[in-house]
Design a protein around this ligand. Structure first.
Ligand code: IVH
Length: 675
């Protein structure tokens, strides 16, 4: 066999990689490559084929819209093909698109100075065609390869936002086109359930939606709460389409079809970019994922002049947001020791540009997470950075694992202070047992203490804290207040002025509030809102220090776990000493009268909820108990007063029986907690 030329070989490899990715994505609903990487491979292949058209094979993935119908569902030929959109990744590409469109209109004798665009969201779900005959929903199909899709009517019927009957003015035939999505919250819940059942997690809401839509059992689809938003139409018979795209969407709304409210008509490129920026700021707050915005020439007459090129319209373009996922390599796994001694493994990465920033490391949460995702040192991984969230490793690209990839092991000794590492049974987190002996914990506690929401010591950052701790100048927060300007000025990078400023910041921090002070202590499980509740409830510090568990449980939102943490913290003589030293150093706050919310019917009672309740969701049952003054705990113990059991209650029910805890059902709970 003749040896393949390098370019030919490269094209063949790219075709293989893309086909493999397509199969994993469309047929198995189990993607291995992030979109940006897939797009890169596709563009590389397109470039080679442009260079040398002879290398373009008829089955090249560049020759079709991706996705082939699977054999599980009936095939449906679309009455009008389902097209795709060209993408723009920069403002320059949007400008080029607009220039081309104006030029084409001008050549057709249709000159305009600015084109009016209908701007919409680019939903990150999957495209479907919903066919209505005489207003009645008769068929729902996936896009498939654009010409032939899969008949998923039964599954689409389970989507509550899809009307089964349109308004009475519906035409003879209308095909509504849009996107099926899974809301982010639903996606999180689904993955939680998958984890609990030790089943594979979905990589993102879109794949979860695809998986749900392509279930053979539509009851499973129904459980997964999908949504639908329309963005266009296919075949229409018996109605004149409105003359603009924006008008078309308004018309769909009158028929009862859901259309996302985030849309507007904008003028020219400037108007489009304004929409892009606005949506970019809104993105993280949307309940579903989008991967950009879409600009469509608003006037149908102009759309018709512009027409289509291969599989995409010339009158529309998707302006994509920077990719939130990219692939890179794990070069190592380090351990970070937090304020409470939690050891968090952190992946060191070959730097990669994702979500608009350079990412060099990603949190791995804990050991179980690493095992579950089977992440090894040397692996190629998909990294995700969405909005302002901490970068995360989504998954390993399995076929790129080097033979010497090393498995991670949690150290048995703290990497900072060498104290023993301990992992409590049933807890995911391993902790250093060194407490304040551990320099890492000390540094983190001091940073927490000085933080903006705690005592707010302006200018006391991690570099300074490291110097103070490593130089033996500070052991506890109280030591901070003993630092004089001369000592501060002797530190690295502390010129006279900064030392004076810092000393002034310490001075200011001395006057604080009780809630800030309680929060600043860094008691486990006591965040800002619990600190506030404690401060309001007790008014003064002394009763908090000596509160019994029962007294603590009277505080709104304090359950047995939090009460336990508070008790343990103040039972430790060292912590009481630090509190006394801080007061002696002049830290003070106004004392108040306690503010107590009247005790409810369930005051002081501790509940555990298990299994599926007939009507109340878990959050609702919890709210009912808490509104009536009760507490909800996560596990059954001797202290539990009631276990609320629903269907499929498991080990918690058994434990309740074993301990003789009273077991009630939802109806009894409603009676106890109701007005
Ligand atoms: S219009 C004639 N509008 O993007 C153009 N598509 O790459 C047909 N999509 O398959 C598509 N949001 O699944 C259009 N507002 C939107 C969209 C949108 C998401 C998806 C759609 C399509 C793909 C095209």
């Amino acid at each position: 066999m003749a040896r393949l030329q390098p370019l030919e070989e490269q094209a063949r490899r790219l075709r293989e990689q893309i086909k493999q990715a397509d199969h994993q994505y469309y047929v198995l609903d189990q993607p291995t490559l992030p979109d940006a990487e897939y797009d890169r491979l596709m563009r590389e292949l397109q470039a080679i084929e442009r260079e040398d058209p002879e290398l373009q094979t008829p089955d090249s993935p560049t020759q079709r819209v991706s996705g082939s119908p699977s054999r599980e569902f009936q095939e449906v030929r679309h009455a009008a093909p389902m097209l795709s959109l060209n993408n723009a990744f920069s403002e320059a590409e949007v400008t080029a698109f607009d220039t081309r469109a104006r030029e084409a209109l001008r050549r057709a004798g249709n000159e305009v100075s600015e084109i009016e665009y209908a701007c919409e969201l680019k939903f990150d779900g999957l495209a479907v065609n919903l066919r209505y005959e005489r207003g009645e929903f008769v068929m729902g199909a996936t896009r498939g390869d654009g010409a032939v899709g899969e008949d998923v009517t039964t599954n689409i019927r389970t989507i509550r936002s899809v009307p089964l009957q349109l308004a009475t003015h519906a035409p003879e035939i209308v095909e509504v086109r849009g996107e099926v999505l899974m809301f982010k919250r639903e996606f999180e819940r689904l993955n939680q359930r998958q984890r609990a059942k030790e089943l594979r997690e979905y990589a993102n809401p879109r794949n979860a939606a695809a998986g749900a839509l392509r279930q053979l059992d539509s009851r499973i689809t129904a459980e997964r709460s999908l949504r639908f938003f329309a963005y266009g139409v296919g075949e229409i018979l018996g109605a004149t389409e409105p003359p603009t795209h924006a008008g078309l969407l308004d018309w769909l709304v009158t028929l009862g079809v859901p259309v996302a409210g985030e849309r507007e008509v904008a003028s020219g490129v400037a108007g489009c970019i304004n929409f892009y920026d606005k949506v970019g700021r809104l993105r993280a707050r949307l309940p579903y994922e989008i991967d950009g915005v879409v600009y469509k020439v608003n006037t149908r007459a102009q759309q018709q002049v512009l027409g289509y090129v291969s599989r995409a319209p010339r009158f529309a373009i998707a302006h994509k947001f920077p990719a939130q996922e990219a692939i890179t390599q794990v070069t190592g796994i380090d351990i970070q020791v937090g304020r409470t001694g939690a050891l968090t493994p952190v992946a060191r990465l070959v730097p990669v540009f994702v979500g608009g920033v350079n990412v060099t490391n990603a949190t791995l949460h804990n050991e179980d997470e690493i095992r579950r995702k089977d992440i090894r040192i040397g692996d190629t991984v998909t990294v995700r950075r969405a909005g302002d969230v901490i970068p995360e490793i989504v998954a390993v690209v399995p076929d790129r694992r080097p033979p010497n990839a090393a498995t991670f092991r949690m150290p048995t000794q703290c990497p900072v202070c060498s104290s023993k590492v301990y992992r409590e049974e049933g807890e995911a987190v391993a902790r250093c047992t060194g407490g304040l002996v551990c320099a890492a914990q000390r540094k983190e506690s001091l940073l927490h203490f000085a933080g903006r929401r705690a005592l707010d010591i302006e200018g006391l950052g991690d570099k300074l804290v490291a110097q103070l701790v490593d130089g033996g100048l500070v052991r506890t927060p109280a030591d901070l207040f003993g630092l004089d300007v001369a000592t501060l000025a002797s530190l690295d990078r502390m010129a006279g002025k900064s030392a004076t400023n810092l000393a002034a910041a310490f001075e200011r921090a001395r006057s604080t509030t009780l809630e800030r002070f309680v929060y600043a202590l860094g008691i486990r499980n006591v965040g800002e809102s619990t600190a506030r509740d404690l401060a309001r409830h007790f008014g003064k510090l002394a009763p908090i220090l000596d509160a019994t568990e029962a007294e603590l449980l009277e505080v709104p939102d304090v359950g047995p776990v939090v009460a336990g943490s508070i008790r343990n913290f103040f039972a430790e003589p060292h912590n009481r000493e630090v509190v006394a030293e801080l007061r002696a150093a002049g830290v003070c706050w106004p004392e108040n009268e306690p503010i107590r919310t009247p005790a409810g019917k369930l005051a002081g009672k501790i509940f555990v909820i298990t299994g599926t309740l007939p009507t109340l969701k878990r959050d609702e049952a919890k709210a009912l108990i808490e509104v009536a003054g009760g507490k909800v705990a996560g596990s059954v113990s001797k202290k539990t007063d009631f276990v609320v059991a629903g269907d499929d209650a498991g080990s918690k029910l058994a434990k309740a029986n074993e301990l003789g805890v009273t077991i009630i059902d939802e109806a009894q709970l409603q009676k106890m907690g109701g007005d």
